[in-house]
Ligand binder design. Structure first.
Ligand code: MG
Length: 297
C-alpha cells in the first residue's frame, strides 16, 4: 500500500495512492485518524481498515487533483546516517566507520516530494543526497536486529539536502543538515510488506543528468541494524524517520564540484518506492519571520 498525506481543496488528510486515483481515508474510513503519525500508531487494525477501503469505491479522488505532501509532514524525529554506503566511503577515501555515524535533521526541514528546495541566502554550497528512508510504525526501544522488521511501517524516498560549508565548519553536522525545505520526503510511504529494502536501485538526477546510481545492497549498516543501534538510546515513535545515508556521486565530491543553484531540478528515485522531484529556488523573502505575539488561532 502507498500511504500518502495530501491536500485537496485546502484540507490536509491521509489516503492511499492507487494507480490513477487516491482513496481519501477521511471519507472512505472516517473512523481512522486523519494524520499519519496517529494512523501508524493505530497499528495493524488501521492498516487493515485502509486496505478494505482501497478494495471499495468510496472516497476516490483523481490522483492529479491532489497535492502530495511529505507522507509524514512533522515526524517527531528525523535521524540520519553519514558514510553508510560502501561506494560513498570509497570515494571519500575516509576510514570505514565501526559504528553508524548518526546525526539528526530537525522536523522543520521536512518538505513535500515536489516542493521547492531553498537555496540559502547564507550559502552557495547546496548539495543533494538521495537516500532510502525508513519510517517507524510502532513505539519501541531496545529492538534487537532480528525483530527490527516488526517496528518498521514502511519506506520512502528522501533527499538529505546539505549545506556543505555549514556542515563542515563545526564539529557536528546539525547546522548544515537541517535548513527549512532540506528534507524532501515521499512521494508516498510504501508499506513494509511490499519492500525488500536491501536490494533497491537508487538513482539521483540533476537536470536530467544521472549523478547517483547505486543500490541499497551497498549499505554498510542496513536498515535493521540502524533500528537496533538507534533504539539502544532512544524510544522510536510512529512516524519517526531514519534516512539511511547516501551513495557516491554527491556534487561536493565531483571534480570539479557541482553545487545546486536556483533553477536546478533534483530527482531521486528508488526502485519500487517511486520518485521525488524538487526544484531549487532562491530562499524567498518571506522566510524572515517573527510571528506576532498576539496572534490567535
Ligand atoms: Mg546523508
Amino acid at each position: 500500500m502507498k500511504l500518502i498525506t495530501f491536500s485537496h481543496e485546502n484540507r490536509t488528510r491521509i489516503g492511499v495512492h492507487d494507480g490513477d486515483s487516491v482513496v481519501d481515508l477521511a471519507d472512505a474510513a472516517p473512523a481512522l485518524p486523519t494524520e499519519m503519525c496517529a494512523f501508524l500508531a493505530a497499528g495493524r487494525a488501521a492498516l487493515d481498515a485502509a486496505r478494505s477501503a482501497v478494495a471499495g469505491d468510496q472516497g476516490r479522488l483523481d490522483a492529479a487533483s491532489v497535492r502530495l505532501l511529505a507522507p509524514i509532514p512533522k515526524p517527531s524525529k528525523v535521524l540520519a546516517v553519514g558514510l553508510n554506503y560502501r561506494d560513498h566511503i570509497e570515494e571519500t577515501g575516509m576510514k570505514t566507520p565501526e559504528i553508524p555515524m548518526i546525526f539528526n535533521k530537525q522536523s522543520t526541514s521536512v518538505t513535500g516530494p515536489f516542493d521547492p528546495i531553498h537555496v540559502p541566502r547564507a550559502s552557495d554550497k547546496l548539495d543533494y543526497e538521495g537516500e532510502l528512508a525508513v519510517v517507524i510504525g510502532r513505539r519501541c526501544r531496545h529492538v534487537p536486529r532480528d525483530r527490527a522488521a516488526e517496528v518498521i511501517a514502511g519506506y520512502c524516498v528522501a533527499d538529505d539536502v546539505s549545506v556543505r560549508d555549514w556542515q563542515m565548519r563545526s564539529a557536528t553536522f546539525t547546522m548544515g543538515k537541517s535548513w527549512d525545505t532540506h528534507c524532501p520526503l515521499g512521494p508516498w510511504l510504501t508499506t513494509a510488506d511490499e519492500v525488500e529494502p536491501h536490494t533497491l536501485r537508487l538513482e539521483t538526477w540533476v537536470n536530467g543528468e544521472l549523478r547517483q546510481n547505486s543500490n541499497t545492497e551497498q549499505l554498510l549498516f542496513d536498515c535493521f541494524t540502524l533500528v537496533e543501534h538507534l533504539s539502544t538510546a532512544f524510544t522510536l515513535e510512529p512516524g519517526d524517520v531514519i534516512s539511511t545515508g547516501t551513495p557516491s556521486g554527491a556534487g561536493a565530491l565531483m571534480n570539479p564540484r557541482k553545487y545546486l543553484v536556483a533553477g536546478d531540478v533534483v530527482k531521486v528515485e528508488i526502485e519500487g518506492l517511486g520518485a521525488i522531484e524538487n526544484t531549487c529556488i532562491e530562499e524567498p523573502a518571506d522566510t524572515v519571520l517573527i510571528e506576532p505575539s498576539d496572534r490567535i488561532g
